[in-house]
Write a protein that binds this ligand. Structure first.
Ligand code: GUE
Length: 290
């Protein structure tokens, strides 16, 4: 039976460490680190995440600047806000909540963020820095996955890692991080031939495809470490109710894996904790304290 990796507890202890780092920063810089979050429109899931981010930012001792804009906000107005935040000395980190409402050019807005304030790690500058090993910001979800993996396994070098999914915000940066840790990395995706066989060779599986319970228990190599990035809302057994499941068939994989993250309570909480971690890092760098 696999060890359950408690991402919720790990995230709570990371947020405590960040809070200590914030106190040190305040003593030296005479101000709080600041995180600006921009939410456009009324997407209910986004509102929940933004509220949680705000609460945890404040709890870590940071300044939280929330900018809520109507769904019909123009591209120009949004870009003007990003410019204003780029120029604001009290703002160390900028996060524009995705997805943006239809009609807005997501890529143009993300690329407008100053890479030194890109605590989401979504700009091409951040992606390029990661790929070439330069200091920058790593996207929060893959960074959180890496922290959990290192905590579980220690040295990752020489391990066979299979990342399922090739998105710019999870799959690709995850593969870069694992490569940096000297794993042998395979990126699998919808066109991969015989995915079960590919996954069976993996010491580390990171599932980030957004398909509920797609990765089956009998694909998992005995003792492998399984990181489930998926957060899929599906109908529950009880009529009219829903529940969250990952991209991995948890019950099946738990029997074979060495360790596995649950959903919820695995990778999700790490994402916000890493956002705070990156924001403190941004503040320290901007003040020459890093
Ligand atoms: N610019 C931008 N950056 C993001 O990082 C970003 C974004 N846009 N848009 C939306 C996604 C989603 N996301 C999550 C964060 C925390 C949980 C989380 O804490 N999940 C809990 C469960 C929450 C629940 O019950 O719904 C868990 O897995 O245990 C999930 C998802 C950040 N995102």
């Amino acid at each position: 039976m696999a060890t359950r990796i408690d991402g919720k507890a790990f995230a709570a202890s990371l947020r405590e460490k960040v809070a200590e780092g914030v106190a040190t920063f305040v003593a030296k810089a005479g101000r709080k680190p600041g995180l600006a979050v921009v939410l456009v429109g009324e997407d209910p899931a986004s509102q929940v995440y933004v509220r949680n981010k705000h609460k945890m930012t404040v709890a870590a001792g940071m300044e939280s600047f929330e900018h809520r804009l109507p769904a019909d906000t123009s591209q120009e107005a949004l870009l003007a806000l990003v410019d204003q935040l780029n120029a604001d000395p009290a703002v160390d980190g900028i996060l524009v909540q995705l997805p943006l409402p239809k009609g807005l050019d997501e890529n143009a807005v993300i690329q407008a963020i100053d890479p030194d304030k890109d605590v989401d790690g979504f700009t091409t500058a951040s992606a390029g820095r990661l790929a070439t090993g330069l200091p920058g910001f790593v996207a929060c979800t893959p960074l959180g996955c890496l922290m959990l993996l290192k905590d579980q396994l220690g040295d990752l070098s020489g391990k066979n890692a299979v990342v399922i999914g090739r998105s710019n915000i999870v799959g690709k940066p995850m593969a870069q991080l694992l490569l940096q840790e000297s794993c042998t990395v395979t990126i699998a995706h919808s066109r991969t031939v015989d995915l079960p066989a590919v996954v069976r060779g993996a010491d580390i599986v990171v599932a980030a495809v957004g398909r509920p319970e797609m990765v089956k228990g009998d694909w998992i190599k005995p003792g492998a470490t399984v990181i489930d990035v998926g957060i899929n809302r599906v109908p529950a057994a009880e009529e009219g109710k829903t529940k969250l499941v990952g991209d991995v068939d948890f019950a099946g994989a738990e029997a074979t894996a060495g360790a596995i993250t649950p959903v919820p309570g695995g990778v999700g909480p790490m994402t916000i904790a890493c956002l705070l971690y990156n924001t403190l890092e941004a503040a320290n760098r901007r003040e020459g304290l890093a």
